[in-house]
Write a protein that binds this ligand. Structure first.
Ligand code: GLY
Length: 272
């Protein structure tokens, strides 16, 4: 019995659709759980995430992804019994994996989509989501297709989220905290980027015709591009165009330095 084990490696998020019979793995994403730049600060629900152009991440290999599918497939077969659990539908597998010197290890399983990770995927899914849902219900979902694009999600959150106001009180605009959040300039960026930018309000409410942040991650912007850097630039331009509520964000989601650090870390762990 393992009571506790320290695992060193790089994390990735695995998600799969399931119609009760078939497991349909989705492209891999990387979540940024720590609140602040450089992976400092407390864990949050995820301040942002990225997806590379293909099905796995720059620090992973095809074999890593195949191993993940193998592990999840084993869990899936056990859970569905001999077809006795056809209700295993939707997104029963959203798993955190850690890639280590000792191979691919599963860290946790959730039966729901990942947030922000699902926002990396749905905007570039070629299939219509409603058709996918019907196929999930009918038990005939065998594949879904994605555009070969990179995507980057960056979230903005209010100062009382993620310990920000205690860590950086000097960066909080206290007079602006209860002010409306203006999403219009971010939406206007669609004129420049078309459907390569998406603005998704989250923990936010409409009051007297204006938008106010609530207590959790308030709004995210998804950038879509031919590579991670282009997607990141669009995501950041969108997030910086959102004003009000004294919202803050991580500036290093999918940065060249962060991605390179993961790649170097994995090389060192694999001894290659
Ligand atoms: N991204 C973390 C979660 O959805 O729990």
């Amino acid at each position: 019995v393992i009571v506790e084990e320290k695992i060193e490696g790089e994390e990735s998020s695995f998600q799969a659709f399931c119609d009760g019979k078939h497991l349909v793995p989705l492209p891999e994403t990387r979540d940024y759980k720590r609140a602040f730049d450089g992976d400092r600060g407390p864990n949050t629900g995820g301040m942002g995430s990225y997806k590379d152009v293909g099905d796995w991440l720059p620090f992973m290999t095809r074999a890593d992804k195949e191993r993940e599918i193998e592990i999840i497939d084993k869990v899936f077969r056990r859970l569905r019994g001999r077809g006795s659990n056809p209700g295993l539908r939707g997104v029963p597998f959203y798993d955190a994996f850690i890639h280590t010197s000792d191979g691919t290890k599963i860290l946790e399983n959730n039966s729901r989509p990942g947030d922000p990770e699902i926002q990396n995927l749905l905007p570039i899914m070629k299939d219509d989501l409603i058709d996918v849902c019907f196929k999930i219900l009918d038990g005939n979902l065998t594949r879904v297709d994605f555009e070969k694009k990179a995507t980057v999600v960056t979230y903005k959150a209010p100062p009382n989220y993620g310990g920000f106001k205690d860590a950086f009180p000097q960066l909080v605009n206290w007079e602006e905290i209860d002010s409306p959040v203006d999403l219009s300039r971010a939406h206007d960026l669609a004129e420049k980027y078309g459907d390569r930018i998406r603005v998704y309000p989250a923990s936010i409410e409409l009051r007297d015709g204006q938008t106010y942040a609530l207590t959790s991650r308030a709004v995210c912007v998804v950038g879509i591009g031919d590579d991670i850097e282009t997607a990141r630039r669009i995501s950041l331009e969108g997030i910086r165009a959102i004003h009000g509520g004294s919202l803050w964000y991580r500036g290093d989601i999918a940065s060249r330095e962060h991605v390179a650090k993961s790649v170097e870390h994995m090389k060192a762990l694999r001894g290659s």
